[in-house]
Design a protein around this ligand. Structure first.
Ligand SMILES: CC(=O)N[C@@H](CCC[C@H](N)C(=O)O)C(=O)O
Length: 381
């Protein structure tokens, strides 16, 4: 096997971002790279029900367990504004959450163990649909993680633009929030802007909904625990002198405890019912949690992970507070114990999900080295 050019791979992947469950060229690219590894202890497996998913198993030399490693592969509906020479070639779609970095690091770790046969079995999961449509849960529910393909423990990373390139960060306990997508359409009655009393204005209803749900965090969530309610889209109307008949809004609810998420979901339902009564509209509400359960790091694997990362001479490790980002790795960690962690990618000028996000590629090799080091050490335990 030739040495992988991880920078080229990252740039290739960055140019072909695809939305959740549509990652066909990305899946093909990953498979092509992995097939070059050509070892007799590697098996590649497709999942017909979720065709953009890819599982790769490396059989260990003397296995006592199977260790899973997940890398997510989908992108976001954002028009890239980095100005990079290897920017997205898919209009309106961008790796603005850094999953191109996740895949590259995952390939680097896989390539290492494809040439240094591991003691334990290793299972690599290239997961579609992390940003929406909960690909981790979808694949889990196909029964893919059974028999020889069931990890005893699972690890996965997310890149963090606010941390130095290559730094590893994690936390004992809950690392990320659980989330629920909000999708709501208010329908009233359209009409002339001059005769509002003869119409039922869906924009006014939608605006009242946006204002009212702000009280969920300020008045209903324990402030010590915190929560988030964000509306990210509001589409209504066609022209300034026509009262809009419909308004469609999408958003997200977030909290660290499942009980808080469920309470917040109920408050959204109650507020929507109140808007219907107060503004005379009808509402079609859908609340989707899917696989976005709180990301709860397992005490045993996380203590092992921290013990290694904090003491390895070549690893820059820091503890980090939980964040309100969501991850459907939370679903997998509710089925299989494991640990999620951050990899610093040093772009303090941009946040995740921003059109200008440009992760520093200097993070890739230290990320690969820290993970291969940890997995090698873990297999000796
Ligand atoms: C790491 C990250 O940014 N993850 C996404 C997960 C999506 C959650 C779900 N689709 C929702 O919007 O609630 C995030 O937005 O945190």
């Amino acid at each position: 096997m030739a040495t992988l050019d991880l920078i080229k791979i990252r740039r290739d992947l960055h140019q072909i971002p695809e939305l959740a469950l549509h990652e066909t060229p990305t899946h093909a690219y990953l498979k092509t790279v992995i097939e070059t590894f050509k070892t007799d202890f590697m098996t590649i497996r497709e999942i017909p029900e979720v065709p953009t998913a890819l599982l790769v198993r490396l059989a260990g030399t003397n296995p006592t367990r199977t260790i899973g490693y997940r890398a997510d592969i989908d992108a976001l509906p954002i028009t890239e504004a980095t100005g990079l020479p290897f920017a997205s070639t898919n209009d309106g779609v961008m790796h603005a959450c850094g999953h191109d970095m996740h895949m590259t690091v995952g390939l680097g770790v896989l390539a290492y163990f494809a040439t240094h046969q591991p003691k334990d079995n290793l299972l690599f999961f290239f997961q579609p649909a992390e940003e929406s449509d909960y690909g981790g849960r979808r694949v889990y529910e196909t029964g893919a993680f059974t028999g020889d393909w069931r990890p005893d423990e699972f690890y996965g990373l997310h890149d963090h633009p606010g941390l130095p390139a290559g730094q590893i960060a994690s936390h004992m306990g809950t690392l990320f929030a659980g989330t629920t997508e909000i999708h709501v359409t208010f329908t009233g009655r359209g009409g002339h802007a001059a005769f509002p009393h003869q119409a039922t204005d869906a924009i006014v209803a939608g605006a009242a909904f946006v204002s009212a749900i702000q009280t969920i965090v300020s008045r209903n969530v324990d402030p010590v625990r915190g929560g988030v309610v964000t509306i990210g889209t509001f589409h209504a109307g066609t022209i300034g002198n026509v009262i809009a008949e419909t308004a469609h809004l999408d958003g997200t609810i977030r909290a660290f405890r499942q009980t808080d998420i469920e309470m917040m979901q109920q408050r959204v339902r109650d507020i929507v019912a109140g808007i219907e009564t107060t503004y005379g509209v009808t509402a079609d509400l859908s609340l989707i949690q899917g696989g976005y359960l709180p990301v709860e790091n397992d005490p045993t694997t996380t203590q092992l992970f921290i013990d290694y990362m904090a003491n390895a001479p070549d690893v820059d490790y820091t503890d980090i507070a939980p964040a309100m980002t969501g991850e459907d790795f939370g679903y997998l960690l509710h089925q299989i114990p494991g640990t999620m962690f951050w990899l610093g990618v040093d772009d303090v000028s941009h946040s995740l999900h921003e059109a200008g996000l440009s992760p520093n590629e200097a993070a890739i090799q230290p990320g690969v080295d820290a993970i291969t080091g940890y997995l090698t050490w873990r297999m000796a335990q």
